[in-house]
Design a protein around this ligand. Structure first.
Ligand code: COA
Ligand code: ADP
Length: 716
């Protein structure tokens, strides 16, 4: 809806009303059409101001309407009517002007923004393009390079940047609507000819072809198969080369292709999934809306290795007091320097002061006595962590939440070492912790809902997408990674190369293939875990069977050679020198694989792309179904968010569980059956019962899986 009021005797004030973000639903669009018509027809109204209620201008098109039969007046003629008006129309932008919201503002003759407002055209992140004239008006207003940047990345700009770019005419620290009304009165009677952006010529550039070729190449590379960024470039190119009306036709045609694409559905699913994970629940029935977090003012980080440093930076940036504890003097000095450097670089980029004062450093665990919450990030060693938690239990004030950043150890066992196991949860960050958006909040059987709520809220404050998950080996993300990596190893044994496997996965859209990713994280990490599990040493007659199932010792053999990946300059690839990031094919590795196969009586065969993709992805997805079956993740959205934000899964494919639905659950089941039949000694390929059950119940869409899971659990 939109409300109309007459203010200052001559200004028609139109207020968009659709909580929480005034999205442009059919009712809001109808409201705008009606109120604009009214303002323009009343003689005593000399100018118009458009604003949004509750401090938000407009969050854009109503994404919830996308899947439905859309009704109500369309945006394009509505915005044209505003632009064509013979009375000045001023947009008063508070909070957000995003997508259709900014396009509406671009149709107005003037734009005034509050200094805290954010503006942008994020449609590309939803698999779309700004199709209400955004791709045609923005380049005319701010030039082609700046418009390309905003439209192809979807990034939001601050009011200050918007002013600098020329998107807004004025920025105010005071009441934006008052400022806009005052401004609207001051421009009454002025000619509007020079204020209609659609009539502007697109700023000329000397070598347009070279510019667009360069941008297109860059966009294709970073898009990893996403089609929307490419369409965005094409639409802006139309603005640069065609008259406005033809450009609008091109914008419409490109949008029509994107709108019905699977990618747009996947990205819109991701948008809602990212928000749905905040509404967490635990098998006990505890929920986000009935569990109150405790306020946290002071936090401690124990252990300042790579993870501890990143966590300290992320905490300091929230403005919390942080006590950072590291026992090794040299390591403490290095950490101090590294943390200050990270904070200073980040602050410089954002044009703010670095939050250095909020951190105090200590070598003594006693320094954490008065904190509200502790995050432990010492070596991944059960005996050491046990000792640390026993100490923390003795040192901390009563009620302090104790969290572990372990990526593999049993959170419940660690909780049992503390005086109050209900205060303990896992906070599993991803490296680098000040950059990566994902946080797994791991609850054990004894974790209290308040501990979960508090960790979830702290994660949110740190800018993380936090997902509450149950306690099991590897939690959700790493547990699913295990069968995926295992398949990649088996494919090497059977004739593939790391280049082939990574190529297929990167073509699919992964930020990095499995071998490149392993080289980056360090091959020794998995080796240590396998040694701990008693897997890394051959025990029986065959080196390729361990603990009764097929096993590939390839990773162990590389580690025995000191090839730990990027840090040693050699792993599945070679890197020129230790620490270099450029992976190059390694002839040594290829002959090593040939010798390994010969030694083990394996005959290399030609493996096609489809097999690589299906075996790696379906093994991972199958484990995802097991995780749902076990109640470790509450729903498919939780798993998908974990994979998109923590593991480089391409968001335009929605996440592994959404992808399984897109492929068709029956097909996933059939292929898993096929591969399990071919490899009966690989239990991960055996289709899990939840997948069978979903297929038997007609492969319902992903948003109905929770019902099937609930039924399954109630029958157990
Ligand atoms: N259409 C429909 N619903 C929307 C929406 C939109 N354009 N934008 C936000 N919402 C909903 C969210 O789903 C959420 O609903 P929920 O509470 O049921 O989960 C609610 O509004 C609040 O959104 P949230 O993102 O949690 O609030 P925020 O204050 O953190 O962020 C925005 C506000 C506007 C910055 C953010 O919601 C956003 O980026 N929205 C999308 C903007 C966009 O892409 N517009 C172009 C559409 S083509
Ligand atoms: P990563 O964060 O990459 O896993 P490390 O495991 O190397 O990094 O870092 C763990 C850090 O924890 C090391 O700097 C180590 O000195 C430190 N550490 C180990 N034991 C303790 C302890 N009891 N108290 C504080 N710090 C500790």
């Amino acid at each position: 809806m939109a409300q109309y009021t007459l203010v200052s005797g001559a200004v028609g004030l139109i207020t968009l009303q659709n909580p929480p973000v005034n999205a442009l639903s059919a009712a809001v669009r109808q409201g705008i059409v009606d109120t604009v018509e009214r303002a323009l027809s009343v003689p005593k109204v000399k100018s118009v101001v458009i604003c949004g209620q509750n401090g938000v201008f407009c969050g854009g098109a109503d994404i919830k309407e996308f899947g439905t039969n859309m009704s109500g007046p369309p945006l394009v003629p509505m915005i044209h009517a505003i632009e064509a008006a013979n009375k000045p129309v001023v947009a008063a932008i508070e909070g957000s002007a995003l997508g259709g919201g900014l396009e509406l503002a671009l149709g107005c003759h003037y734009r005034i923004a509050h200094s805290k407002a954010r503006l942008g055209l994020p449609e590309v992140t939803l698999g779309l393009l700004p199709a209400a004239g955004g791709t045609q008006r923005l380049p005319r207003l701010i030039g082609i390079p700046a418009a390309l940047d905003l439209i192809t990345t979807g990034r939001h700009v601050t009011a200050a940047e918007a002013l600098q770019l020329g998107i807004v005419d004025q920025v105010t620290d005071h009441n934006t609507v008052d400022a806009a009304v005052k401004f609207a009165l001051s421009v009454v009677g002025r000619s509007l000819d020079a204020r209609r952006i659609s009539t502007y010529p697109c700023p000329r550039l000397s070598d347009l072809d070279a510019l667009f070729e360069g941008v297109m190449q860059k966009v294709r590379q970073s898009a990893r198969g996403a089609i929307a960024p490419v369409a965005c470039v094409q639409a802006v190119r139309a603005a640069a080369t065609l008259p406005y009306t033809l450009g609008m036709e091109r914008e419409k045609a490109l949008m029509a292709t994107l709108f019905t694409s699977g990618q747009a559905h996947a990205l819109q699913y991701c948008f809602f999934a990212q928000r749905a994970v905040g509404r967490w629940s635990m098998p006990s029935g505890a929920r986000w809306d009935t569990s109150k977090p405790r306020p946290i003012h002071k936090v401690a980080v124990i252990g300042l290795g790579t993870m501890g440093r990143g966590i300290t930076v992320a905490l300091a940036k929230t403005g919390l007091s942080v006590v950072a504890v590291e026992t090794q003097e040299q390591q403490l000095m290095e950490a101090k320097q590294a943390i200050s450097g990270m904070l200073e670089r980040g602050a410089k980029r954002r044009g703010v002061a670095p939050a250095l004062d909020g951190i105090s450093y200590s070598r003594k665990i006693q320094a954490v006595a008065d904190v509200d919450l502790v995050i432990e990030a010492v070596f991944e060693d059960m005996a050491l962590k046990t000792k640390v938690f026993q100490q923390l239990s003795a040192v901390c004030k009563p009620g302090t939440f104790l969290c572990t950043n372990t990526s593999a150890l049993d959170v419940d066992h660690l909780a049992s070492q503390t005086r109050n196991p209900e205060l303990m949860v896992g906070m599993h960050f991803f490296a680098p912790a000040h950059v990566m958006k994902l946080l797994e909040v791991v609850y054990g059987p004894r974790s209290s809902p308040q501990a979960v709520a508090t960790a979830m809220q702290l994660g949110k404050k740190m800018g993380k997408v936090s997902v509450a998950v149950g306690n099991c080996r590897g939690f959700v993300g790493n547990r699913m990674l295990k069968p995926y990596i295992e398949q990649a190893f088996f494919l090497l044994e059977e004739g593939a190369t790391p280049e082939l496997v990574d190529g297929v996965l990167e073509e699919f859209g992964f930020a990095m293939g499995v071998f490149r990713m392993s080289d980056l994280s360090g091959l020794d990490v998995g080796w240590r875990v396998r040694k701990g599990d008693g897997l890394a040493e051959p025990s029986g007659q065959s080196a390729r069977i361990r603990q009764g199932r097929r096993y590939s010792p390839l990773g162990d053999l590389l580690c025995e050679q000191g090839r730990f990946g990027q840090k040693t300059g050699q792993g599945w690839y070679q890197y020129g020198k230790p620490g270099s990031r450029v992976a190059m094919s390694d002839p040594w590795l290829h002959s090593f694989l040939r010798e390994y196969r010969a030694r083990n009586g394996l005959v290399a065969r030609r493996i096609d792309h489809q097999e690589v993709l299906e075996r790696c992805l379906y093994a991972l997805i199958n484990e995802g179904f097991r995780i749902l079956e076990d109640g470790i993740a509450a729903g498919p959205e939780d798993i998908d968010v974990i994979y998109v934000f923590g593991y480089g899964w391409p968001s335009h494919r929605g996440g592994p569980m959404f992808y399984a639905g897109m492929v068709g659950l029956a097909k996933v089941l059939e292929r898993l059956e096929h591969y399990h039949h071919a490899h009966p000694d690989v239990p991960y390929l055996q289709p899990c019962s939840l997948l069978r059950r979903l297929v038997a119940s007609g492969s319902p869409p992903v948003h109905s899986w929770r019902e099937v899971i609930k039924k399954l659990h109630s029958q157990l």
